[in-house]
Design a protein around this ligand. Structure first.
Ligand code: TRP
Ligand code: SF4
Length: 332
């Protein structure tokens, strides 16, 4: 085959999280695990999206700073490496609002109103007034996050696919008006996490059914021990169906293949009791979390601004180059 100038485009990974509180095992399974892998292979940008948090928290933003710190510590604790990846705070990059403003000029209102998460979130957070320009602009702001640092690959869950689709449309529109400046970003779908919360529903802070990445060993134990198990196992001698038990779902994510097989067979034959089953899980969860705790201890006393400064500077530098091109093309 001929080797023409059609060279492989380099993957530039960009993703972010809104700082809404400490991260839990759901974030690990649904995102961070994947980020760690990508960090080994690609240039990565990871943003603490505090302006995105403000779109819903504007009436009381007082917790956002603390949450940003918590998110950063959680990222570093699981092994996001600020020497390898560009880890930064969205609000440190003033090129973002500049590019957002330029895109606001060309973003069709009707298109933004049709983004499904717009109506869904509004209904879900009915206690707040989200009839705001800022909230409508949420997915446009996300577009800017991605393209301002040249991101072309966006690891996200299923729920964010519409936003990436919008990003592609906005990029296309911009390029039509002002010339081929931006690459259309693609989502990199993170496989749906199979890990439920402690009560079997989706793991979510609002359900109070989470294990945080920052939970200590005692806390993990005190959360697992009272978990409801399969209702068939009234007595120790009653066999159960592991598929109907959230403890087993946790085993599937955090236990070895042999242990999973052992627990599964033991549950069905009543060879193992729920307490023993939970003890195995607790040990495995704590074995997983121990290195996370060790890394956290190394960063915990550092000033968050010091930790973020190099990443902020790198993101700013990259965004600055983007804006130079953009200003020239838009002729402003
Ligand atoms: N909207 C994303 C979420 O709620 C968070 C986010 C902000 C993001 N900026 C981003 C994700 C840029 C990917 C790329 O999960
Ligand atoms: Fe759940 Fe384990 Fe009890 Fe089976 S033995 S019901 S998997 S806790």
């Amino acid at each position: 085959m001929q080797n023409t100038e059609k060279t492989e485009k380099k993957r530039i990974v960009m993703s972010g999280m809104r700082p809404t509180g400490p991260l839990h095992l759901g974030h690990w399974e649904g995102a961070l695990r994947n980020w760690l892998k990508l960090q080994q292979e690609c240039e990565c940008y990871f943003s603490i999206a505090d302006w995105h948090a403000l779109t819903t928290e504007y009436a009381d933003p007082s917790a956002i700073r603390d949450h940003a710190r918590a998110v950063l510590l959680d990222w570093l604790s699981v092994g996001i490496d600020p020497d390898r990846s560009v880890v930064f705070r969205q609000s440190a990059i003033k090129e973002i609002p500049e590019l957002f403003l330029l895109f606001a000029m060309i973003a069709p209102l009707g298109r933004l109103e049709r983004v499904p998460t717009f109506k869904e979130q509004k209904a879900q957070l009915a206690d707040r007034d989200l009839n705001t320009f800022g909230f409508l602009g949420y997915p446009l702001l996300q577009t800017i996050d991605i393209i301002v640092v040249g991101g072309n690959t966006v690891p996200v869950g299923e729920d964010q696919v519409y936003h990436i689709e919008l990003a592609r449309e906005m990029v296309r529109r911009f390029n039509q008006f002002y010339g081929e400046v931006f690459e259309e970003p693609m989502e990199l779908l993170t496989p749906q996490s199979r890990l439920p919360g402690l009560d079997g529903r989706k793991m979510s802070k609002s359900y109070g059914n989470v294990i945080n990445l920052s939970d200590d060993a005692e806390t993990v134990k005190s959360k697992i021990m009272p978990m409801k198990t399969d209702v068939r196992r009234q007595r120790r001698s009653d066999p159960g169906v592991p598929e109907d038990c959230p403890v087993f779902a946790f085993h599937k994510s955090f236990s070895s293949v042999e242990q999973i097989a052992e627990v599964e067979a033991g549950c069905r034959s009543a060879a193992i009791g729920c307490i023993d089953c939970k003890k195995i899980l607790i040990a495995n969860l704590n074995r997983f979390l121990e290195p996370v705790r060790e890394r956290r201890a190394r960063f915990e006393n550092s000033d968050i601004e010091d930790l973020l400064a190099p990443g902020n500077a790198r993101a700013r530098e990259r965004a600055g180059r983007t804006l130079e091109v953009v200003r020239a093309q838009v002729k402003i």
